[in-house]
Write a protein that binds this ligand. Structure first.
Ligand code: AMP
Length: 323
């Protein structure tokens, strides 16, 4: 289906439902939370009488994106489910997927599970926030200031300040329109996104000092509970820092691992500036984008196997570059 038709279909479906639930992936990042709250505010500004719920577990450091909702799914009548920023049903946060008949998926990950009759997948989009901005500008959806602010932050964050490969002319065009149509104060938004305690910077220094770098340019570090305690950070901190190891000459792909005691598994953040990593991650209960993936692994032997495979990908990548 042509993209214009698809966007019109999404708008029509939103228009025809009185109750709408918007969901995204577990362990949300700014793009996931910002896209759900931005779309919710836009729908509510456009259609005053609709009930719209942006759901999923809240994260205190992302409070500035706005309130998340609780919904009693038993009480909903023929609701529309809009799934954002997640390709697989098993990773949608906070809903009973079977309860929904009308489902729209809007996502920028490579396709995995078919969810509904309307699926808009653009795996070349910098972020889902970019896609929501495109949807708003190309339909009759309104753009309240809060929506513009959240979309701006989601795009900036997921494109790593316009430094990642899917940053395109369309990205800049849409950001330019967001700034033009809604007088947002970007400095206060950067304060939200980038202000951090000094402990995090010290911890980044610790990671930089201890990263193991192989001869194939793969870098990895297993972070222990003691390291976390010593630096006064928490187990989500490696995720906040992993993107900062891009554009380092000696490193092509890199992985940070931490053991999550509560869920009894190793959480792995993987990034690359060349070798494709999501296919390797998917063998280890993981997945994601070609150059930004994650995995959740039960035993340490598999963490080591994952490292070995990523190292091998770097080796192949280097060999191909020499030819
Ligand atoms: P993260 O390293 O957690 O920031 O995740 C990077 C990308 O990989 C995001 O697009 C996530 O949605 C995806 N991802 C992370 N963990 C998993 C997983 N266990 N399974 C599938 N995709 C994942």
């Amino acid at each position: 289906m042509n993209i214009g038709t698809l966007k019109r279909k999404i708008f029509k479906s939103i228009k025809s439902h009185d109750e709408i639930v918007i969901a995204r992936h577990i362990g949300p990042d700014p793009d996931a939370i910002a896209s759900t709250t931005a779309l919710k505010e836009s729908i509510k500004a456009t259609f005053k009488n609709k009930k719209v719920y942006a759901i999923g577990k809240g994260i205190s450091r992302f409070k500035y994106f706005g309130e998340l909702d609780k919904v009693d799914e038993e009480k909903l009548k023929n609701p529309l489910l809009i799934v954002l920023d997640v390709p697989n049903i098993s990773r949608i946060d906070g809903i009973d997927f079977k309860k929904y008949k009308d489902i729209i998926k809007i996502d920028h990950h490579p396709f995995e599970d078919k969810m509904g009759n309307i699926e808009w997948i653009d795996d070349k989009a910098s972020s889902v926030c970019q896609m929501i901005a495109e949807l708003i500008f190309d339909t009759n959806l309104k753009l309240p200031k809060k929506t513009a602010e959240n979309l701006f932050m989601g795009i900036v964050s997921d494109s790593e300040r316009f430094s990642l490969s899917y940053t395109s002319a369309k990205t800049f065009l849409l950001v330019s329109k967001l700034l033009e149509y809604s007088k947002i104060d970007i400095i206060s938004l950067y304060n939200n996104l980038y202000m951090r305690p000094f402990s995090e910077i010290r911890f980044q220094g610790f990671i930089a000092t201890h990263l193991n770098v192989t001869e194939n340019n793969f870098a990895y570090l297993k972070i222990s509970k003691e390291d976390i305690l010593e630096y006064g950070v928490d187990i989500s901190t490696p995720s906040n820092l992993v993107n900062n190891f891009n554009y380092i000459k000696e490193i092509l792909a890199w992985a940070l691992v931490i053991y999550d005691e509560k869920n009894e598994l190793f959480k792995v953040n993987i990034r690359s500036r060349g070798p494709i990593i999501n296919q390797v991650a998917s063998k280890y209960n993981g997945g994601g984008h070609p150059l930004a993936s994650g995995a959740r692994i039960k035993n340490e032997a598999d963490v080591n196997n994952l490292f070995a495979e990523l190292d091998e990908e770097c080796k192949k990548y280097n060999e191909n570059r020499k030819i």
